[in-house]
Design a protein around this ligand. Structure first.
Ligand code: PLP
Length: 418
């Protein structure tokens, strides 16, 4: 395991043009990472480079088509390395996580029959709930939705263990909540599900920008991410376990290719986005020592990102502890900080979250309010009223100084809005 490096935050921020800009004459603070991260220069250049010179399609004899075909292979290799898939062939691409999940749910549900059971969770974005609920409804299957522990927003693993049974066909679970930042013990979920032969589908969209994924270690059957959440363009990627690559029957246009990951892809891919995704994974790996493999470089780089993010979480929670009028859902103890990403779901006593988001927007502080499609979670926490939650999502390009400015403005906002 390569040693962990320290993040040179000022140098890193210079790579991101969005972080250098001013809006209406004032600096901007991006704390909206869980909705979409900012993008480095090299990623922008890669996209422009592809579109500007080689815009084409797969399989032609001429140079730009051959470059496009090579790009596709390279994209599979980079995506596979990012999630530690067995082979580049185990990675498929699509418009986004939601589209990939809907189309896979149709392929998987072909094998379901009335009375089969499916498990989803309240911690999940509904892209990983509705898709399975609707496929289950089409087939007359039963859906169980697992609650969270109210104190920590951890998944209720006991409830999960109690509902999984011989009829369970699939467990769909998030790797980390896009609302509270809670990290799920996916290995524990796969162990429970595989005992009864159920497949496990993991939504790693929120986890991917914060920690390095290892699909083989998780032993999951499918795993999805979206590059725009990990500093890349808008494109989705899906890991398919070797066991399923050729066993399932995805819906396909005739006579489109029906071998390898292309079976799970529809239409023409966004090659410019794949080009950007490759560059963004390269940028993510850039802190790694020269002699290392791409995967090792990613390990070393993510070590630095995670350490910096943990420090940001500590600082954020220390500020928060001085504000009893603000409730933060999820892990708030410094001891359990490794069980969360730096994404904070806040509710301020007597303040509408939407109004607070607007107040902060006037100060160029970008945060989201609402439900973030985590409908089940907001329902259980009873937080849907008054603009839902205020979500502050930090990324490794954020700084302690930005957190201090955020809290100063939050306090002013509370004064103005109460
Ligand atoms: C945890 C999580 N899952 C899934 C999605 C949906 O991803 P996409 O926009 O790629 O369909 C999001 C988007 O916000 C998300 O945060």
């Amino acid at each position: 395991m390569p040693h962990i490096k320290r993040l040179d935050i000022e140098a890193l921020r210079k790579d991101f043009p969005a972080l250098q800009q001013q809006h209406q004459g004032q600096p901007v603070i991006f704390m909206d990472g869980p909705g979409g991260a900012q993008v480095a220069n090299s990623t922008l250049q890669a996209m422009e480079g592809y579109l500007g010179r080689y815009n084409s399609n797969l399989g032609g004899a001429f140079f730009s088509s051959q470059i496009t075909t090579d790009l596709m292979s390279k994209a599979r290799y980079y995506a596979a390395t990012l999630v530690n898939a067995e082979h580049p062939e185990n990675m498929a691409f699509g418009a986004n996580m939601t589209s990939l999940t809907f189309s896979l749910s149709r392929a998987i549900a072909r094998e379901w029959k009335a009375g089969d059971e499916v498990v989803v969770t309240r911690l999940d974005h509904y892209a990983n709930v509705s898709s399975w609920q609707q496929a289950a409804q089409d087939k007359g299957c039963i859906v169980h939705q697992i609650d969270v522990e109210p104190e920590t927003c951890d998944l209720n693993y006991q409830q999960l263990a109690s509902v999984i049974n011989e009829k369970t066909k699939l467990v769909a679970v998030t790797y980390a909540s896009n609302t509270t930042g809670t990290i799920v013990d996916v290995k524990r979920v796969t162990e429970l599900a595989h005992k009864v032969g159920a497949k496990v589908f993991v939504d790693a969209v929120h986890y991917a920008p914060h920690h390095l994924i290892d699909a083989q270690e998780l032993r999951c059957d499918f795993l999805v991410c979206s590059a725009y959440k990990f500093f890349g363009p808008h494109v989705g990627m899906m890991y398919i376990h070797p066991e399923w690559l050729h066993r399932l029957e995805p819906y396909k246009v005739e006579p489109a290719i029906n071998i390898g990951p292309g079976r799970y892809e529809t239409g023409t891919q966004s090659f410019e986005a794949l080009s950007g995704m490759v560059a963004c994974i390269e940028h993510l790996a850039a802190l790694g020592d020269e002699e290392l493999s791409l995967r090792e470089k990613l390990e070393q780089s993510f070590g630095a990102y995670s350490a910096h993010e943990q420090q940001l979480s500590e600082v954020f929670l220390q500020h928060l502890n001085k504000m009893p009028e603000v409730t933060c859902y999820g892990h708030t103890n410094l001891e359990s900080i490794s069980q969360r990403t730096p994404t904070f779901a806040l509710k301020i006593k007597g303040v509408d979250s939407g109004e607070m988001a607007k107040f902060l927007a006037k100060k160029n502080i970008c945060v989201w309010s609402g439900h973030f499609y985590a409908i089940g979670l907001l329902e259980q926490l009873n937080c849907s009223e008054d603009g839902g939650l205020l979500r502050v999502g930090l990324m490794h390009y954020n700084t302690e100084n930005e957190i201090a400015v955020f809290f100063d403005e939050l306090k002013l906002g509370i004064k103005e809005l109460t």
